[in-house]
Write a protein that binds this ligand. Structure first.
Ligand code: PEP
Ligand code: MG
Length: 590
């Protein structure tokens, strides 16, 4: 861990959403701060309007970011909230009609230079005039203008300040927001925690932090201006608390807590080789969700019965090219071989929504970043060349161990049929190339994560070889709640009767059709929901590997007949609060 400072500074605490368990203690590494390197070039007269449009777009984007922070800051109690709101209001105004904006526009039009260098030139001039005033208040305002100019420049260049992969050891990454792609680049050996101002508990940033085992607190707006690079910081991912400049006794208390939790975690290791069976002897399949090959050590350590969900989209992120068949094959092979004879369920590309892969999504504008747009299978069917390449890589990798193929964001049976056609075409091409393939094509299944898919699960079961219920998106789309938006996080509830009915309906449709049904959303890894999910007929669960031991511990104590009975009672309820109570009571007794 990084060396801690001994100087006396006041301890400051912030609350947020604890989304990845664990205690992280380290030094603040600010993600978005300071100036970014900017390109400088001249623009021809014919391109001036386009450059002004680019500036306008970056201003809008910057105002939107400030707007999000501002509405979050309103929720902060007392003077801290007022002060923050006041500051953000000032930033917001500077991004509208200010000397800064007018000056930049003028430089683009008159000097015919690119927007980024116009911002730099304008800031240099403002700084010069302010410095001449030699006044502390004015100097502080200059810092604010610089802050705004830096945000504008970041939005113009769209480039992060420092690659996430070269963050020094012992750092806690503090950011306004982190994308799933940013998070995927973090090295868990270097990064001891994550703290952000925005972000919800069920988004892919949270999922990635959990997968990497990095303690994280998201959605804590007070952090803005509340910390600086190099401060000592504690991230308590259990309680959703962040402490800046902790006193020595606070650090000692958290170190103790961290060590105790680590001991508890280690003691769960005894479950690795015990069978995953209920108290009354029913075998349950506990599998792992995987995003990156680095997770494989944890998957094996947890004793996973297979990989129930491989999120392949992460190898398409943070790069300028699309991975070719060979690269995809090699990366799948590593994972399949690491699993030996245990099955690996490879999900095809699910970019879109909060999972951006610039190399693919930039061609489709807002549609590919919208939760309701070209996401998952929809994008894959538009770019069936990419889907076919992915299928070829999966088919080739399938000779190294059992694989299944899973399609994300399916809403109609015709999408499954079209995907199957592409799969068969991929197999034909490989056979023509005399490439070795598995004897039979792998089973082709669908994610049940769109309410329409759940409601027509009986029809989908006819064209699918298995179902994997994605309770994260199913909850989001059923309740119309963005899983990554911290402002509506309190409304996100998988125990809402509508969500449970869809899970039950799809599970029964799948089981009636005789196809395997698993659940691979975050619900699967939370012991609280286990009795209910088993009671609804689910016998396969896939989760972040580190949750497997806890789930197995709970499973081995659970009486399936009693769980089924309680699920029956729960499914007669119409109120999420009552459902939660009935479930928690059952868990407390069982
Ligand atoms: C889900 O939606 O529940 C799921 C497992 O998929 P993802 O979290 O990748 O969207
Ligand atoms: Mg999903």
């Amino acid at each position: 861990m990084a060396k801690r400072k001994s100087k006396k500074t006041k301890e400051i605490r912030f609350e947020g959403l604890g989304v990845s368990p664990g205690i992280g203690i380290g030094e603040v590494h600010l993600r978005e701060s300071g100036a970014v390197a900017v390109p400088e070039y001249s623009i021809p007269a014919t391109k001036v309007d386009a450059e002004l449009d680019r500036l306008k777009e970056a201003l809008t984007r910057s105002r939107r970011q400030i707007g999000r922070l501002r509405s979050k800051a309103k929720a902060l109690p007392g003077a801290a909230g007022d002060e923050l709101e006041f500051l953000l209001e000032a930033y917001f105004q500077m991004l509208k009609d200010s000397r800064l904006v007018r000056g930049v526009e003028k430089r683009i039009s008159k000097d015919r230079i690119n927007a980024e260098s116009a911002v730099q030139a304008e800031i240099a001039e403002i700084a010069e005039s302010f410095t001449a005033m030699d006044d502390a208040y004015i100097a502080a305002r200059l810092d604010d203008i610089r802050e705004v100019a830096n945000r504008l420049t970041r939005n113009l260049t769209k480039a992060p300040r420092m690659p996430m992969s070269i963050i020094p050891e012992g750092s806690v990454v503090v950011a306004e927001t982190l994308t799933p792609a940013d998070t995927a680049q973090l090295d868990p050996n270097h990064v001891t925690g994550i703290a952000t101002m925005l972000g919800g508990a069920e988004g892919h940033t949270a999922i990635m932090a959990r997968a990497l085992g990095i303690p994280a607190v998201l959605g804590s707006p007070g952090l803005l201006g509340g910390t600086k690079a190099g401060d000592t910081i504690i991230v308590d991912g259990y309680a959703g608390r962040i402490i800046i400049n902790p006193a020595a006794e606070t650090v000692a208390k958290y170190e103790n807590r961290r060590n105790k939790r680590q001991r508890e975690q280690r003691s769960l290791a005894r479950f690795k080789d015990l069978p995953a069976v209920t108290k009354d002897g029913t075998k349950i399949d506990l599998q792992a969700n995987v995003e990156l090959p680095v997770e494989m050590a944890m998957v094996n350590q947890a004793g996973a019965a297979g990989v129930g969900l491989l999120r392949t989209e992460f190898i398409f992120m943070n790069r300028d090219d699309i991975p070719d068949e060979e690269e995809q094959y090699q990366s799948l092979k590593v994972i399949i071989e690491a699993m030996g004879r245990r099955p690996v369920t490879v999900r095809t590309l699910d970019v879109g929504g909060d999972k951006a892969a610039e190399v693919l999504t930039s061609d489709y504008g807002d549609s590919a970043s919208s939760a309701l747009g070209l996401r998952g299978i929809r994008l894959s069917l538009v770019r069936d060349d990419i889907l076919e390449t992915q299928f070829r890589a999966i088919l080739r990798a399938g000779v190294h161990g059992p694989v299944r193929i899973l399609l994300p964001m399916v809403s109609t049976a015709s999408e499954v049929r079209r995907a199957r056609d592409v799969l068969e075409r991929a197999a034909r091409r490989l056979r023509r190339r005399k490439v070795k393939l598995p004897k039979e094509l792998p089973p082709l299944g669908v994610m049940i994560e769109v309410p329409g898919a759940a409601l027509s699960a009986d029809a989908l079961a006819r064209s699918s070889d298995f179902f994997a219920i994605g309770s994260n998106d199913l909850t989001m789309y059923t309740l119309a709640i963005d899983r990554g938006d911290e402002q509506v996080a309190h409304l996100y509830d998988p125990l809402h009767p509508a969500v449970l009915r869809l899970i039950q309906f799809s599970a029964q449709a799948g089981l009636r059709a005789g196809i395997p049904v698993s659940i691979c959303g975050e619900m699967a890894g939370d012991p609280r929901y286990l009795a209910l999910l088993l009671g609804l007929g689910i016998r396969q669960l896939s989760m972040t590997a580190s949750n497997i031991p806890r789930i197995k511990q709970r499973l081995r104590d659970l009486d399936l007949t009693a769980a089924e009975r309680r699920a029956g009672v729960i499914m007669d309820q119409v109120d999420a609060g009552r459902i939660a109570m009935l479930l928690d009571d059952f868990n407390a007794l069982a």
